[in-house]
Design a protein around this ligand. Sequence first.
Ligand SMILES: Cc1cc2nc3c(=O)[nH]c(=O)nc-3n(C[C@H](O)[C@H](O)[C@H](O)COP(=O)(O)OP(=O)(O)OC[C@H]3O[C@@H](n4cnc5c(N)ncnc54)[C@H](O)[C@@H]3O)c2cc1C
Length: 436
Amino acid sequence: MDQLAKINEQIDLSEAMKSLGQLDERQLKGLMKMLKTKRKKGQSDLPPITGDFYNLDLKLTQEQRKLQMEVRNFMEDEVRPLVNDHWNRAKFPHEIIEKFKKLNITGVPYQGYGCPNLPFLMEGIIAQEIARVDVSISTFFGVHSGLAMGSIYLCGSEEQKQEWLPKMQKLDAIGAFGLTEPNVGSGVAGGLETTCRFDGENWILNGQKKWIGNATFADVIIIWARDEVSNQVKGFLVRKGNPGFKAEKMEDKMALRIVQNAIITLTDCRVPESDRLQKADSFKDTAKVLRMTRAGVAWQAVGCARGAYESALKYTRKREQFGRPIASYQLIQNHLVEMVSNLTAMQTLVFRLSEMQDADLLTDEHASLAKVFCSMRTRDVVSRAREVMGGNGILLEYDVARFVADAEAIYSYEGTKEINSLIVGRAITGYSAFVS
Ligand SMILES: Cc1cc2nc3c(=O)[nH]c(=O)nc-3n(C[C@H](O)[C@H](O)[C@H](O)COP(=O)(O)OP(=O)(O)OC[C@H]3O[C@@H](n4cnc5c(N)ncnc54)[C@H](O)[C@@H]3O)c2cc1C
């Protein structure tokens, strides 16, 4: 059916034409004005929904932009349809690992071992794109590609890198990172209770780890333990199936429900010297890994805020109350502007952060500042997003509820607000306020 016939079905065209012919010039002008105003309000004439208000994407090269769009399309097509259901059931969608392989986005900034060796900026952009759809999946990636591969990349011997990094890059082996313990979170630098001792042949590990993402199914788990003799922190590659290793899934989380976090129990867990990370001699080496990954967490926060903002903006343009889209009300616009301001401030900050990382200028305090600022601002963005959606803001099917919950996990992991603030505070004042 052609367009004219379609219109004719809804309006009597000959009657309409007759009426139009009877209008005088003033009436015709009035009609044109009315049509113009009506068209302005049509959804297709509204500005595009984008969380990139300052066009930071324009700073990317064509190739980088292409990769960004590949990740975005993948997340929209393959991951978005799965996430709410899996989040609800606290299940990890293992089938997506196979699909993710084709994107080749693991170990992005590392050199060699089959890794893409792209700038850290691209690692950030990718983290943002993944988190924009789902923070759990970006956490799975952050743990595997950042914390686990990063520990091996920064602290492993050449043999250890050769053994693990190529298969981890291809997602043929999955990694986890075990630092936090039931009794020790913020105080891991000096307080690890998990111990290691060398018996002349093997290292014997004893203790517990808490919150360890991916640990229920990972092939290799990096375990950080305090040497009973030297009191220094050492890192170990604990392989899946080690009889002294047990990982139990933590149930009933209210955030990042897709991530399989575990309590790990190590009971006389024997690890050969060849599986001790050869370049991890103290907590300073663990901290190098955290510095690198904290920058990634800041990008994740940006992705979380962006996903929530875009969903909320879309919703407010569609949802009508009192006969008009709620986006046309001043108080709603105020929320949206607060959201986009925070989002834009975060984006510009992490962009610079990655530039510094690429120029090898990144310090602990730079990474900590970004992590503190972005995780705080994200909390504000997601709560406003939830607010402008009324009751639907707490329903999973509208996506924003998931971002609200997940922002809480970002806020706490990889250093709480207090701990990262203390790191920045020490750097700017010259005084350490950590209690020793
Ligand atoms: C969803 C999730 C996933 C995680 N994944 C992993 C993982 O894969 N691997 C891993 O090793 N860990 C993981 N963690 C652990 C995470 O890094 C810790 O939760 C975090 O470091 C905080 O430790 P905590 O929870 O024990 O809190 P605590 O250290 O007990 O802190 C409680 C409160 O006290 C405050 N506080 C502590 N010390 C001070 C101080 N000196 N001054 C002022 N305030 C202070 C903290 O800021 C916080 O507000 C994960 C955590 C979560 C929630």
